[in-house]
Design a protein around this ligand. Structure first.
Ligand code: ARG
Length: 460
């Protein structure tokens, strides 16, 4: 059975179905570029340390470059019988340059090779994630800047609580996504370490130079323990967990957009490019993409739990279980990268129905706190003010009107502290403007947040 790179110890071939079961090439082919990059660094080091002759190394490098060109030209036909990306690539190299290809695997194992590929792949993906995340954060800041003075109801328990600036509401999502960006950026630290040279698990007898390969591949450090190097998947779990938090944030925003698009709210209108119709109900315009992002948070959480479960109780060092680390990781990357793009497009083309939004704070009791604060500011203990306003709200509810409809004479019966300026105080715009405590919804505070955010984005 010489067709297999590990065939020497075997007399009979692998059962066909089992071969497909054990193969990872159908998915780990996504790491082709990383695998070639690692091999190129490895062979360069094998020559500089004198483990291979310059001549051998040059032949192998030229071969790797040919394989790379074929890969980029889409001319490589990955085969199940070569099991994974590592052995597929080596087989192609052999076809290019003959038996000297067999020297590439000196002082290397697929265990450190696969770990290296994964580190490179996660690093690339983190860069891409941070780019797209930055783009979405910019979209949020732009949207907020346009709506600093757009009034909307602020909710607690999904009940009108106090009027707020729509820009302020949007900037809350900016804050969440900025923490996400910080987490993904920290994730780079743990992905940016080279496992190459750990070999199977114990290191190697050859005088390799791990720092050299690390530098050639662009890693800033090397693993200090060879067993950890081949068994660590924390950097992937961190990616999956950061991705889960990101999707949780996106799904909260999506849920709000879905509510805001409904007939009951009508706060926003999505552009046609990000909505779909119904095959039976001609009037429908559905916020499908927001629903889908909300739904896709499920698979990302699932991928995190999948890998946590694979890793649980796994003895050191490499075990084939670790091959299960890849599909969830690829799927998570595809999901978050696409979700970030769709989210940016959806928000930047969304129409905010400012009039409807602010009107919904005019026929409600979200100004009740204003009246209580008004009395408290004039010296009445807040608890007493709260009680008085509560009774007024109850009376209004029975009469079918609102605090702004109560005549001044009635207010003065309730408390002589109340004067004609109460009507301006009860106005929702005034209520928002006056909430000028640091981090509050007052226009000045929202502008300050936007300035801070713009400065942060510019520095990145
Ligand atoms: N395809 C394998 C994986 O993804 C590569 C490492 C295989 N190593 C081994 N000793 N079987 O984990």
């Amino acid at each position: 059975n010489m067709a297999k790179l590990w065939g020497g110890r075997f007399e009979a071939g692998l059962d066909k179905k089992t071969e497909a079961f054990g193969a990872s090439i159908t998915f780990d082919k996504k790491m082709a570029r990383q695998d070639l990059k690692g091999s190129l660094a490895h062979v360069t080091m094998l020559a500089s340390t004198g483990i291979l002759t310059e001549q051998e190394a040059e032949t192998i490098k030229a071969g790797i470059q040919k394989v790379e060109a074929k890969y980029e030209a889409n001319e490589i036909d990955f085969k199940i019988e070569h099991e994974d990306i590592h052995m597929n690539m080596e087989t192609y190299l052999h076809a290019e340059i003959g038996p000297v290809a067999g020297k590439l695997h000196t002082a290397r194992s697929r265990n450190d090779q696969v770990a290296t590929d994964m580190h490179l792949w996660v690093k690339d993906t983190l860069d891409e994630t941070l780019d797209k995340l930055q783009n979405l954060r910019e979209v949020l800041v732009d949207l907020a800047s346009e709506h600093v003075e757009t009034i909307m109801p602020g909710y607690t328990h999904l009940q009108h609580a106090q009027p707020i600036s729509f820009g302020h509401h949007i900037m809350a999502y900016y804050s969440m996504l900025t923490r996400d960006a910080e987490r993904f950026a920290f994730n780079i630290k743990h992905a940016d370490i080279s496992p190459l040279g750990a070999a199977a698990l114990a290191g190697t007898t050859f005088p390799i130079d791990r720092k050299e390969t690390a530098e050639l591949m662009g890693f800033s450090d090397v693993y200090v323990n060879s067993i950890d190097a081949v068994s660590d998947r924390d950097f992937i779990l961190e990616f999956l967990s950061n991705a889960s938090l990101l999707m949780m944030h996106l799904s909260r925003l999506c849920e709000e957009i879905i509510l805001w698009c409904s007939h009951e709210y009508k706060f926003v209108t999505l552009s046609d490019a990000f909505s779909t119709g119904s095959s039976i109900m001609p009037q429908k315009k559905n916020p499908d993409m927001a629903e889908l992002i909300r739904g896709k948070s499920g698979r990302v959480y699932g991928n995190l739990f999948g890998l946590l479960t694979v890793m649980k109780s796994l003895p050191l060092a490499y075990n084939k279980d670790l091959q299960e680390d890849k599909e969830g990781m690829f799927d998570t990357a595809d999901t978050i990268l696409t979700s970030l793009d769709v989210m940016s497009g959806m928000l930047s083309t969304m129409t905010v129905n400012e009039g409807i939004m602010s009107a919904s704070t005019e026929k409600d009791f979200s100004n009740a706190t204003e009246l209580a604060d008004y009395l408290a500011a004039k010296g009445l203990p807040f608890r007493q003010a709260h009680e008085i306003v509560g009774e007024l709200v109850l009376a209004c509810t029975k009469a079918g009107n609102y605090l702004q409809d109560v005549p001044l004479s009635r207010y003065q019966e309730v408390s002589e502290l109340i004067e004609a300026d109460i009507y301006d105080t009860l106005n929702s715009r005034t209520a928002v403007a006056r909430r000028n405590s640091f981090g509050g919804t007052g226009f000045e505070q929202v502008k300050l947040q936007i300035e801070l955010a713009s400065a942060t984005l510019q520095q990145e």
